[in-house]
Design a protein around this ligand. Structure first.
Ligand SMILES: Nc1ncnc2c1ncn2[C@@H]1O[C@H](COP(=O)(O)OP(=O)(O)OP(=O)(O)O)[C@@H](O)[C@H]1O
Ligand SMILES: [Mg+2]
Length: 235
């Protein structure tokens, strides 16, 4: 049984894409998989199919219907900003304690692999007192850190890695998800990050054009590592 929290250096970096790629590949490999997005901002019900929870539902082979989305993503906000701000804009508050309880319960599920996509970057505020970092810490599961390959990635990745480690969170892997138009190759970025990453494995995923390309992105070695290492289960 593997449980992983998927966080990133920032928003729009590919957390959903990477989660969907892993979930899809593991499902194809015959494993039972669930991917959660407990808190989502920038959510529009009329764009269910392309929403984060909608993509995660499809990645495990289900139709992106509201009921399935409700199951994996109970707290949804319209504005595409940090959850604390998105909720405040609607006169609401993200119920942080309930979010943690929901996620812990989800992690107790029977599936072979359970992924939890966070929101924004490691230090995005969930409510006025807690960041994503607090949320991961409360779960005691390892994290996957998703980063881009744009110029600036090295420092952003190592900063996020340092913060996760300082909080005692085990980083299972860094995934460098290729940014379009970067003048530096992902391999070069990965080598440079590796010099300072203290042995955390680094996987590179290429940018793949087209609809639902998370189905086609080559992520076999990452998924093998996840499925081979039941030690990433620790709840
Ligand atoms: N390797 C890739 N190849 C092709 N498209 C990609 C790739 N990675 C990400 N994308 C696309 O880039 C966009 C942003 O990625 P994604 O939604 O996964 O980011 P995110 O980190 O989950 O963002 P958020 O902070 O909003 O949750 C999406 O449209 C996604 O399909
Ligand atoms: Mg996302």
């Amino acid at each position: 049984m593997s449980r992983l929290f998927v966080t990133g250096t920032g928003t729009g970096i590919g957390k959903t894409f990477v989660s969907a790629a892993i979930a899809h590949a593991a499902t194809r490999a015959g494993r039972t998989v669930r991917a959660y997005k407990p808190v989502a901002s920038g959510f529009a019900e009329n764009e269910l199919r392309d929403s984060d929870p909608g993509v995660l539902v499809q990645a495990v082979g289900k139709a992106p219907e509201l009921e399935a989305v409700n199951d994996i993503s109970p707290w949804r906000y319209t504005k595409p900003v940090a959850p604390y701000l998105a909720a405040a804009g609607e006169g609401r508050e993200v119920p942080y304690g309930a979010v943690v309880d929901f996620t812990k319960e989800a992690l107790r599920g029977p599936e072979d692999l359970i992924l939890v996509e966070g929101i924004g970057g490691v230090m995005a505020p969930v409510d006025r007192l807690h960041t994503v970092l607090d949320w991961v810490s409360a779960l005691s599961i390892p994290a996957i850190l998703v980063a881009g390959t744009y110029v600036g990635t090295i420092s952003h990745t190592l900063t996020a890695l340092g913060v996760l480690r300082a909080a005692g969170i085990r980083v299972f892997a860094i995934v460098l998800n290729e940014s379009q138009g970067s003048p530096v190759s992902a391999a070069e970025q990965g080598n440079a990050i590796g010099l300072f990453a203290g042995g955390v494995p680094i996987y590179v995923l290429p940018y793949v054009e087209g609809e639902r390309s998370w189905m086609r992105v080559p992520c076999g070695s990452l998924v093998d590592a996840i499925l081979r290492k039941p030690s990433c289960a620790t709840p």
